[in-house]
Each structure stands twice: as C-alpha cells, then as structure tokens.
Design a protein around this ligand. Structure first.
Ligand SMILES: [Zn+2]
Ligand SMILES: [Zn+2]
Length: 235
C-alpha cells in the first residue's frame, strides 16, 4: 500500500519523450487526501506544458512549498497563481519583501516558514538551513518511515537527513535534487555510502547527476529508483 504518490512534472531529464526537459524541479505530491506542489520549475511555460501533457490538474493544489529561492525552483509562480489563485505558498526563512511581493503579485498567498511546522496531519515543512541559500524540506510521514523531499540539497544531504531524524524520525526515502552533478567522485561516494548505511531509498532528480545513481545501482539496486519528468512514484 502506498501513502504518498509523486508525479514529476518538471525535471532536467524526462522519462517521456514529449515532455519539456529544463534545469529545475517541480513535483506534485498527493498524500493524506491533500495535493501539494513542491517547487515550481524554472518557468510557467514548462510547468503548464508538462502538467497539461501529463493530465495533472494544478487547480486542485492545496498548498505550494518552495524549497529555496533559486530561479529554477520558483519560475512557475505566474501559472500556479492563475490556475490556483490564493494557494497557500510556504516560503523559506529570510525570504525578504521582494520575493514575497512577487508571490503575492502572482495571486498566491505567501507564508514564511520560521521553524518546523506541520501543515496537515503527517505533512511537515522543516526549518530552513543555510546552504547558502536558506533551504527548507518537505517531510511526509508513513508507517515505515518518513519521505524527505529536497529542492537542491544546498545545506548537504547528511545535514538535511539528520535534521529530519532529530525532529520527526527515521528517513526511509529521499527524493529531489541532491546537488551532486558536478561534485568530485569522493563526495558522491560519501553520499552513497551514507545512504546505503542508513538503507535510505534514493530517487535522485534535478541536480543529482548520474554518478550517484550508477554507484547505488551497482551496489544495491533495491535502494534506488530511477525517475524523471513524467515519472509517477508510489511510496
Ligand atoms: Zn536547483
Ligand atoms: Zn538551488
């Protein structure tokens, strides 16, 4: 039985040929009867085009979570504001006036997250950690452990996992950008060894690079899920 369903709308690589591939990330998450959009990708065009092609109805989104303020994660705000006006939009710590205004100007309802909050039963947003920039994660509980959603992992994978385990409990899977695409091999291997030692399932997307995926696939394929734009993943 799955508790969390994820559709990858925008990503650097795709599993379906007709989708736009762009440097950026946007995930649609359904859990506990709620629909959450995690990041917006780099542009409204990419978000709208891929959502339409995938048959994803973004007007049903209950909440938006922005991991951090890099342009490849926030560009789709105009389209979300148009199709799902007044959506509560959870922004990381230290967002500042101009970005908050940008969210508001696009018809969305900004909420700055200052510390861990539970937005729905079983659904949490972490406190922001400085990478730079300040970055927050989404965490969804399941009976067999927590699912950790990362935008780019600027503060570092181990830091984010440790913070979730300190506050909420065991991480079972991590999905999103892991910031390893140009990392030296020893850094990738350290991340892989860490994930293997904790038996965390990885679904690397966006800025994760191929090296981690190939390493984990060789050592323990049961701990890796290959995904791209168009993937639907049940966790
Ligand atoms: Zn990014
Ligand atoms: Zn980033």
């Amino acid at each position: 039985m799955s508790y969390v369903e994820v559709t990858v709308i925008v990503n650097d690589e795709s599993v379906k040929p007709k989708l736009k591939t762009m440097h950026g990330l946007s995930l649609l998450i359904e859990a506990y009867g709620r629909v959450i959009l995690f990041d917006l990708g780099p542009s409204s065009e990419a978000l709208q085009y891929n959502a339409d092609l995938l048959g994803v109805d973004l007007s049903l989104v209950d909440a938006l979570v922005i991991s951090h303020l890099h342009s490849d994660h926030v560009g789709g705000a105009p389209y979300l504001g148009w199709i799902a006006p007044s959506t509560k939009s959870y922004l990381p710590y230290a967002t500042g006036c101009s970005f908050t205004q940008y969210i508001r100007r696009n018809g969305l309802n900004p909420v700055e997250v200052l510390d861990w909050i539970q937005v729905y039963p079983g659904v949490h947003i972490s406190k922001s950690i400085h990478g730079p920039p300040w970055e927050q994660s989404l965490v969804i509980e399941t009976p067999s452990g927590n699912i950790l959603f990362t935008g780019c992992c600027h503060p570092g994978l181990e830091t984010l996992v440790s913070e979730v385990e300190r506050k909420i409990g065991k991480v079972r899977a991590v999905i999103g950008g892991l910031h390893l695409s140009r990392a030296p091999t020893n850094v990738v291997e350290r991340a892989a060894v860490y994930l293997l030692s904790k038996r965390i399932v990885s679904i690397p997307l966006h800025c994760s690079g191929r090296e981690l995926l190939e390493y984990l696939n060789k050592v323990n394929p049961s701990l890796i899920i290959k995904a791209g734009a168009g993937s639907q993943i049940a966790l």
